[in-house]
Design a protein around this ligand. Structure first.
Ligand SMILES: [Zn+2]
Length: 101
């Protein structure tokens, strides 16, 4: 029995959210010599991602996968999907706060 870790990129066709999921693929042979794959996520058996994955962003089921490693060649897709980090600089009023007493 072999296990292989795969990170698959997905894209939602509803909201264009791009994300990745980590899977553990277990390769097994049944008694008849047929090879089979068992897909695990967080230790739980899940359907193969080709059967449709639900977008974690909008719940849409119209999602598509990329070939593994696709996002490494197209990092702009992943970055565009990241939320914009707000400016961490606090907005300070130049007027000193009035003391309550
Ligand atoms: Zn979506």
């Amino acid at each position: 029995m072999e296990e292989e870790r795969r990170t698959l990129p997905f894209e939602c066709r509803g909201c264009w959210h791009v994300w990745e999921e980590d899977y553990l693929v277990r390769h097994i042979d049944d008694e008849h010599g047929n090879a089979a794959e068992i897909w695990l996520r967080d230790g739980l058996s899940v359907p193969p991602p080709s059967s449709g994955v639900i977008c974690p962003h909008c719940g849409c089921q119209a999602t598509t996968t990329f070939p593994a490693g696709y996002l490494a060649r197209h990092p702009e897709l992943f970055r565009a999907a990241e939320p914009v980090v707000p400016d961490a600089t606090p907005l300070l009023s130049p007027v000193p706060p009035r003391r309550p007493y």
